[in-house]
Write a protein that binds this ligand. Structure first.
Ligand code: ZN
Ligand code: FE
Length: 255
């Protein structure tokens, strides 16, 4: 039975997620931007929080943790590589490790770039990946600590997951990302129609997260550095995808 996943808006534009295993009742929280909205969903559902999965150390992904742990003594899982900057971890993980939430297994993917030590959690049976500030809807996180080639490599790992995987990313940045994407890939009909759908959703206050990986592959410029139309638009025909990605990410930094 797949995980039952709830998207929880937090702070001004963050998302946290609860992933509940109906078979065992175990429930994981993915990131803890602030306690109140998360505790409210736990109250409303009656789900028992058993695990907290942390993607990276930024305050807007961990600041609610202490208050949540005071209410639920859950197991905290995060990157071994970032253990000294994360809140106290019960389980330290690295690329290729697996963890379980109830009867579901997740594989850890190192997606360093935004920070060094940023990880994603892939639940293949539930076709879900929690990417926070690595792969985002129509975008990717700013490269604060790693290098742009490293971010490209990280995103390629996510791009290679099954295309029907649902991408649970960390922020509602999709409308702004779409505006930028159109400057890179202006003729892409899938992008044009997606940007229109995003505007409609935002006008009615509907989250644009999660999104489908197949949709990101078709429209997210950060997954499309190999695309001939994008390369031509940038005057980079035949360039290697890492260089094209670096150019796209640099343009976004200055957008
Ligand atoms: Zn971040
Ligand atoms: Fe963030």
């Amino acid at each position: 039975m797949p995980l039952d996943i709830r998207t929880i808006p937090c702070l001004s534009d963050n998302y946290a997620f609860l992933a509940h295993d109906p078979a065992t009742g175990d429930t994981a929280l993915i990131d803890a931007p602030e306690a109140a909205p998360i505790l409210a969903v736990l109250d409303e559902t009656g789900w028992r929080l058993t695990d907290v999965l942390l993607t990276h150390h930024h305050y807007d992904h961990v600041d609610g943790l202490a208050e949540i742990l005071a209410a639920y003594p859950a197991r905290v899982i995060g990157a071994a590589a970032d253990a000294e900057r994360l809140p106290a971890l019960d389980v330290k993980v690295a690329e290729g490790d697996t963890i379980t939430v109830g009867e579901e297994t997740a594989t850890i993917i190192d997606v360093s770039g935004h920070t060094v030590g940023h990880i994603a959690f892939h639940f293949p049976a539930s076709k879900a990946v929690f990417t926070a500030d690595s792969l985002m809807a129509l975008g990717c996180g700013r490269v604060f600590e790693g290098t742009k080639p490293q971010m490209h490599e990280s995103l390629q790992k996510l791009a290679n997951l099954p295309a029907d995987t649902v991408v649970y990313s960390g922020h509602e940045y999709t409308a702004a990302n779409g505006k930028f994407a159109l400057t890179i890939d202006p003729e892409n009909p899938d992008l044009i129609s997606r940007v229109r759908e995003v505007a409609e959703k935002r006008a009615s206050g509907t989250p644009t997260v999660p999104s489908l990986l197949s949709e990101e592959l078709a429209t997210n410029p950060f997954l499309r550095a190999h695309d001939p139309a994008i390369q031509a638009h940038l005057g980079m025909e035949g360039a290697n995808a890492t260089d094209v990605f670096t150019e796209i990410r640099t343009r976004k930094d200055n957008f």
